[in-house]
Design a protein around this ligand. Structure first.
Ligand code: IFM
Length: 406
């Protein structure tokens, strides 16, 4: 079967600053130093024996310290050349707030120049930049102030966005204000496994309110300088199945979007999870196929997620879809399968306009560290050598031909 994608469909991969750049000094780098030892010792109880055998790096302290990561801050040209050679015509990345505003109210022109060069570097290579303003990591001064809980949080974020709009705005069409606000709240303030590890319902609500207002504020600021800009946000979408799926779906996937109302020019969909509900029990998945992280691979869920988004009548970009697969045994089929279900959604009139595989490079998977390998390119963290995986070439063929053959 041959499936043609709409003309102008965007094909690419995504990264985020803290996960690939290296050398960042922010709330995460501080937290890593304080928690690496604990995380390494907890691996024994956290992961199954097949994962422990396959990934002994999870017991090492360095696994949990981002340090030089992929050194993408210095190697972005080489990495963008690689993406171009893979037929990508778009690329998603994030700006590191701690580099641009290392001290409250003091902006670093060298960091702005760096990102400006990256954006024009994408343009020169024929790739459309999708720029995320905040992908989880925060400047230490902002975290010290109380982070997203602080009463000043939205104001500070607004000043940061104002600076971006003034200095970089003329180079950017597609902006994502925030990455996965719900995931951030759940991990940082509900489960308490990410910085600042402060568990409480009140905090969750306060942070939710601030993140929501931060999105609205950023939208208004960008639009005031650049009315033609396209501003959205990337939400993690879970496919819930079962009798409680309605409320679960609304709570996890929809509230942020519904409340954002008019302040959304497009919807960014990150899709990783299927959640089958049996009785009052969640996550009763069949798990026929799982990634290295043990996450069920269920590409069809993306179709259901997309179909439910149709009613918003907004352009949709799949801003992330991917899997940890160190040996590259499942990646090519997984990507093809996701693309097949996107084409099914297109056939039902859902306005999907692009797909970004997560991730271009293996990278630092937050509290899990470096061992999960999501990349189209494998990284040797000792030498920083990049090796393109064979699935990346299969994806490249689709990108170049704008067509999926299955
Ligand atoms: O690595 C993360 C990314 O930062 C946000 N979305 C999910 C990815 C895989 O867990």
């Amino acid at each position: 079967m041959e499936i043609n994608f709409p003309l102008g469909f965007l094909w690419g991969a995504a990264t985020s600053s803290h996960q690939v750049e290296g050398g960042n000094i922010n709330d995460w780098s501080q937290w890593e130093k304080n928690n690496a030892e604990r995380l390494a010792s907890e691996a024994k109880n956290k992961w199954q024996s097949w994962q422990q055998e396959k990934f002994p790096a999870m017991f090492e302290l360095q696994n949990y310290i981002s340090s030089q990561a992929c050194d993408h801050y210095n190697r972005w040209q080489e990495d963008f050349d690689m993406a171009k050679s893979l037929g990508h015509n778009a690329h998603r990345f994030s700006l590191e707030w701690s580099r641009i505003e290392p001290k409250k109210g003091e902006f670093d022109q060298a960091a702005i120049d760096h990102y400006s060069q990256m954006i024009s570097g994408l343009g020169k290579r024929g790739m459309e930049p999708f720029v995320t303003i905040n992908h989880f990591s925060l400047p230490q001064w902002f975290a010290n102030m109380g982070g997203w809980e602080s009463q000043e949080a939205v104001l500070c974020f607004g000043k940061f966005v104002d600076h971006l709009a003034k200095t970089l705005g003329h180079q950017i069409t597609f902006w994502l204000t925030l990455n996965e606000p719900w995931i951030y709240i759940v991990n940082s303030y509900w489960r308490g496994v990410w910085p600042p590890q402060k568990r409480s319902w009140w905090r969750c609500l306060r942070v939710y309110k601030n993140l929501f207002n931060a999105h609205k504020t950023a939208y208004n600021i960008i639009k005031s300088y650049h009315p033609e800009a396209q501003v959205g946000l990337a939400e993690n979408n879970v496919y819930f199945e079962g009798w409680l799926s309605g409320p679960a779906h609304w709570l996890v996937n929809r509230q942020f979007l519904s409340l954002s109302g008019q302040r959304l020019d497009f919807i960014g969909v990150n899709y990783y999870f299927h959640n089958k509900i049996k009785g009052f029990n969640f996550r009763k998945n069949d798990n026929h196929q799982v990634s290295d992280l043990g996450w069920e691979l269920y590409p069809k869920g993306l179709f259901y997620v997309l179909r439910r988004l149709k009613k918003y009548r907004k352009p949709i970009y799949i801003t992330e879809g991917g899997l940890a697969d160190a040996r590259d045994l499942q990646r090519a089929n997984f990507i093809k399968s996701q693309l097949f279900y996107i084409s099914e959604a297109l056939a039902e009139g859902v306005d999907v306009r692009g797909y970004f595989y997560w991730s271009l490079l293996d990278n630092f998977e937050w509290d899990k560290g470096f061992w999960p390998r999501f990349g189209l390119a494998e990284i040797d963290y000792k030498t920083q050598e990049r090796k393109i995986r064979s699935s990346a070439w299969e994806y490249a063929k689709i990108c170049k031909e704008n067509k999926l053959i299955i």
